[in-house]
Design a protein around this ligand. Structure first.
Ligand code: E4P
Length: 294
């Protein structure tokens, strides 16, 4: 078990309470959990229902999601459980907010995930005004993180922003640079947004998240098991991170951008191809569990 707890909070990135329990007994604690539509579609109960020929209505899917997060909720610490709204590219902020409000009532430690899009940011702005905790997901750029900061100014609880490291690596860009850049940009801020390193694929991603002092990191069980098997290494003073792809080729650096966090959130250039693709993938995975696509 881990005795020297890192400053970075550790969340399990998954959709299965048994997995969370397994990791908790392995490490000794779990600070929180993140879920998303793709991870929920992979939940063993949902998979069993589908395998038996029973596809779900959206209401049943919602109930399954609720049951899953209600089982996870008491297992985790104060970083809470992130629950993602179902949004396609046309979903309005009002519709996201209505889902968010309902999901927020499911458990006492919920964070509601909205995408880093115009409508997602509007939903986040309305949510924080109502005291709903938020986690802004599918973040792929510093502009999006600046917009998250500006849109949620005044939030009483910490707001999470989730930059997706692995998906940037997948297309040849050094995803960890985005974490570094956002942390640097937020040094000029009031601290209300916490960086949650997401789409973590390797123990090295995790160690560099610790070294950069990301407030949180959400990590698949597989990577946490690898970290455990190595004896919970921590980055020392000499730790250096080399952004390379699976073939060992250097990833393209993502340069730092000077952005003014005090500008209105609408002034930032928040469009990103991977955010759009990410929403489409979540929609497809969600729909794969529903009756109409069976
Ligand atoms: C967590 O909040 C994210 O949804 C998750 O880390 C995405 O990971 P992936 O890029 O491996 O799907």
């Amino acid at each position: 078990m881990l005795t020297n707890k890192p400053k970075t909070k550790i969340l399990v990135d998954g959709g299965d309470p048994n997995e969370t329990l397994r990791i908790k007994s392995l490490i000794g604690f779990v600070d929180g959990q993140t879920t998303n539509p793709s991870l929920i579609a992979k939940n063993p109960n949902i998979q069993r229902l589908i395998a038996s020929g029973h596809t779900l209505s959206s209401e049943e899917e919602n109930n399954e999601y609720k049951k899953i997060v209600q089982s996870i909720s008491p297992l985790v610490g104060d970083a809470g459980v992130s629950i993602e709204v179902f949004a396609d590219l046309k979903t309005t902020a009002e519709k996201m907010l209505a889902q968010g409000q309902e999901m927020f009532s499911w458990i006492p430690n919920a964070y509601i995930k909205y995408p880093c899009t115009h409508e997602g940011l509007r939903a986040a702005q309305m949510s924080v005004e109502k005291g709903i905790r938020v986690n802004m997901t599918l973040c792929f750029s510093q502009d999006q993180a600046a917009a998250v900061y500006a849109a949620t100014m005044g939030s009483k609880s910490p707001v999470y922003v989730s930059p997706f490291v692995g998906r940037l690596d997948d297309r040849g860009e050094n995803g960890m640079d985005l974490i570094r850049n956002i942390k640097k940009m937020y040094e000029h801020g009031d601290g209300h947004v916490h960086v949650l390193a997401a789409s973590i694929r390797t123990v090295n991603h995790l160690l560099y998240s610790f070294a950069l002092e990301a407030e949180l990191a959400t990590v698949p069980a597989k990577v946490l098991e690898q970290w455990t098997a190595k004896g919970f290494p921590m980055p020392d003073r000499d730790f250096t991170y080399k952004g390379v792809d699976t073939n060992g080729s250097l990833l393209k650096p993502i340069p730092y951008k000077e952005l003014d966090l005090n500008l209105p959130w609408q002034s930032f250039n928040i469009a990103h191809e991977l955010t759009t693709k990410g929403i489409q993938k979540f929609v497809a995975d969600y729909e794969s569990t529903l009756g109409r696509s069976a």
